[in-house]
Design a protein around this ligand. Structure first.
Ligand code: ADP
Ligand code: ZN
Length: 530
């Protein structure tokens, strides 16, 4: 059945242009398609928008039989299938939204060899009934999309993915291709192992998105900051604004509309029909802004999203990268902008500490958050740090297209300030048996009386008023950065501050602490280098 590599490659190119209407392959697409079309396995790490779909769709067309596509995104399957049918590909899906008779009809099509591609959710695939069905069908390949979901250490673990390990043994002659846009080295290793892809060829694209300008600024009045971003740089352009809660989604969308900026809310609390309508309007319209929780965006393919704004801190770098990656798929200059503050750190920690999940799960969530904080607080190039997180070294040390490159932050020696803060925490705990959130601790450092400090005779403590050289705002800025470095930690329901794992060396004077001076909310334009 094989025609030799040259023949395959020609046919792949032919399909690319006649079916999909493109004239050349991008990045590793050609090599991946050749590998899988020839019956080999492939592990593909490619950023969002890189063009992963063609990597399994074309081999499925080149090979005889049906390509089975495993995806957790049930909500998108109908659209994906419709898009394929639109270009003349025989596609279908099997998931829980189908009526029994509809599902039976699809199964019959599969057995009759009438399908090029069949999408299904992992929980469906691992059912004995489905396995039996697949054994009776003629299969071209298995494509495992969003393959990082198999990683228990990742940010998006789905237990059903573990069941996919059976494919290697159950279907040894069917090639498998695993694809993901979010892969640290650890996730890469884990998915290779769990999916039994040791024999596969690995294709790791660069995760750099050079047209995206990364900027993270201190949160002051986030809605005003967002407004400034839109009016000074992105007037009339499409963008996505991410907020953590449904309430802030609603309020932010209203605030934009009140200022004459077209915006629509999107979150899981809205009626499905409303959500669908808002999503479709966003996809079709130009210059519309969608304000959303992270429920929005999986599989969204709108090329001209000019900015992605975060008004709240994402839970992980993987999440941040995925969400910001929805900007600038067309390669044109785009902005990934975020406002972040001390409150974000405290509330995220609290969310983890008081949420459900095993100790292991929480430790994992904390380390994801810590990495995100480190990215927020870095004083060097954000792109370099982002790529290093994904295990990718860069040829540059300064990208010229992120805020820290465009206007390097000023730093100051905060060693003594950090020691004073730690001493205050220790004194309050030892001498009064008290732990406080940042607000009250700052009052102690500044020596400002309030009801609580009078009651507890804080003015008698040796640390009373020792931090007067900084303003309240400067202390908040410093505490935020010290949290990100693990020098202090926020704990429990109330986010009380305690010395963190990195506190020891600072207290003993063995390490110095260099902190950034908060820049004023930026007005930088898009004129920066690329
Ligand atoms: P991913 O799944 O990696 O996020 P997609 O497969 O959705 O990316 O592709 C992103 C966009 O790029 C889609 O609009 C797709 O049609 C387009 N695309 C993919 N490959 C090519 C190519 N070789 N030439 C032109 N456009 C392409
Ligand atoms: Zn940079």
């Amino acid at each position: 059945r094989r025609e030799g590599d040259a023949g395959q490659a020609d046919r792949a190119l032919e399909i690319l242009s006649s079916v999909f209407g493109y004239d050349s392959f991008r990045g590793d697409q050609r090599a991946i398609i050749e590998q899988v079309a020839a019956g080999g396995d492939a592990v593909v790490l490619m950023p969002t928008g890189g063009g992963k779909s063609l990597c399994y769709q074309i081999p499925a067309l080149l090979r005889e039989g049906t390509g089975i596509v495993v995806s957790p995104l049930i909500a998108l399957m109908a659209d994906q299938v419709a898009a394929l049918e639109g270009v003349g590909i025989r596609a279908a899906y099997l998931n829980s939204t189908l009526e029994l008779d509809e599902a039976r009809a699809v199964e019959q099509q599969l057995l009759a060899g009438e399908l090029d591609l069949l999408y299904m959710a992992p929980e469906r695939l691992v059912l004995p009934r489905t396995q039996d069905l697949l054994r009776r069908a003629h299969l071209a390949l298995f494509a495992i999309d969003e393959a990082h979901c198999v990683s228990q250490w990742g940010h998006d673990f789905r237990p059903d993915y573990l069941g996919l390990s059976v494919l290697a043994e159950a279907f040894p002659t069917v090639p498998r291709i695993a694809l993901t846009a979010t892969a640290t080295e650890a996730t890469h290793r884990e998915l290779t192992e769990r999916l039994q892809m040791q024999e596969a060829e690995h294709f790791v694209s660069s995760f750099d998105r050079p047209n995206i300008q990364y900027r993270i600024e201190p949160k002051a009045s986030p809605r005003e900051q967002l407004l400034r971003l839109i009016t000074t740089e992105h007037e009339g352009e499409s963008g996505i604004v991410y907020c953590l809660s449904r309430k802030s989604v609603e309020q932010t969308a209203e605030a934009l509309v009140a200022r004459g900026i077209p915006a629509l809310p999107y979150h899981a609390g809205l009626d499905a029909a409303v959500r669908q309508d808002h999503q479709e309007r966003f996809l079709r319209a130009e210059g519309l802004i969608i304000v959303a929780t992270i429920a929005f965006g999986m599989g969204i393919d709108k090329p001209d999203v000019r900015f992605v704004a975060h008004l709240d801190l994402p839970k992980s770098i993987e999440g941040y990268y995925q969400e910001t990656g929805r900007a600038g798929r067309d390669g044109q200059p785009s902005t990934a902008w975020m406002a972040y503050g001390l409150g974000d750190v405290v509330s995220q920690r609290k969310f983890i500490d008081t949420g459900e999940g095993s100790e292991q799960f929480k430790r994992n969530a904390r380390s994801h958050l810590d990495a995100m904080l480190a990215l927020c607080e870095t004083v060097s190039c954000r792109r370099v740090q982002l790529l290093r997180y994904f295990g990718q070294d860069t040829e540059f040390t300064s990208c010229g297209n992120c805020d820290t490159c465009l206007s390097p932050p000023q730093t100051w020696d905060a060693t003594v300030a950090a020691q004073k803060l730690l001493s205050a925490l220790i004194r309050l705990d030892r001498e009064r048996g008290q732990k406080f959130g940042s607000g009250q601790v700052i009052e102690v450092l500044l020596g400002r009386e309030n009801t609580r400090s009078t009651q507890s005779r804080h003015h008698e403590l040796s640390v009373w008023g020792i931090g007067e050289e900084l303003s309240e705002k400067e202390w908040r800025t410093a505490i935020r950065q010290l949290l990100a470095r693990g020098i202090v930690e926020a704990e429990g329901d109330y986010g009380v501050l305690i010395p963190g794992p990195q506190a020891g060396p600072v207290l003993r004077g063995e390490s110095t602490v260099e902190l950034a001076v908060d820049r004023a909310p930026q007005r930088s334009s898009r004129s920066g280098g690329r």
